[in-house]
Design a protein around this ligand. Sequence first.
Ligand code: SAH
Length: 218
Amino acid sequence: MNEKDTLRHQGQRNQLINLVRRKGIKDDNVLNAMNNVPRHLFLDSSFEAHAYQDKAFRIAADQTISQPYTVAKQSELLNVKFGDKVLEIGTGSGYQASVLIEMGIEVYTIERQRELYDITKNLLRNLRYQPKRMVYGDGYKGLPNDAPFDGIVVTAGAPFIPNELLKQLKIGATLVIPVGEENEGMIMTTIKRKSAKEFVKKKHGDFRFVPMLKDTEN
Ligand code: SAH
């Protein structure tokens, strides 16, 4: 790592994690991982002061790094363990992917914006948070050749639940996806695959996300 994680950063991070815990996140694997990932290195250094607030923030290509509470919630809802294989749709800053990697998860991640894909690929290499695969492409299609997955997390707001992603879940695995139209609230939704044909859907409250868009953008 060529950038710095100082005691001050660690102290701020600790306070942020305590806040996230107070907001209702219970999974210690998630909280410990978030306590280890230097979120300030995922923002442009001039915005470093925002890194340890519980807020989403603008990054390149008009996208956002998700709010810490949201990352914690999605990671918890995935219900995965060390060594599991997870597909993430919407690499963005790479922060959510890094939290999962820190939890010992094998991460496959897809980003549709070329600029972000390139920047984040470099950053993750520097930080030594290496996903198993990083793909520039359209997340609606998932990664059929790498499926099935122990969990799938969509980090953009989807107008509907993509069938292709349901097909790529192992039996017992969960898809975590915010569902709703742009500019309206999105509802955090989980769909657990009980058997080949049986899926159980649950709702987990309102969240805000940038929209999940079709195809790729150069
Ligand atoms: N997980 C990210 C959140 C980034 S915001 C983080 O931790 O920072 C959501 C991201 O989803 C954006 O980068 C956006 O470009 C991407 N995205 C939107 N639609 C997509 C799609 N169909 N396929 C892949 N990525 C998509």
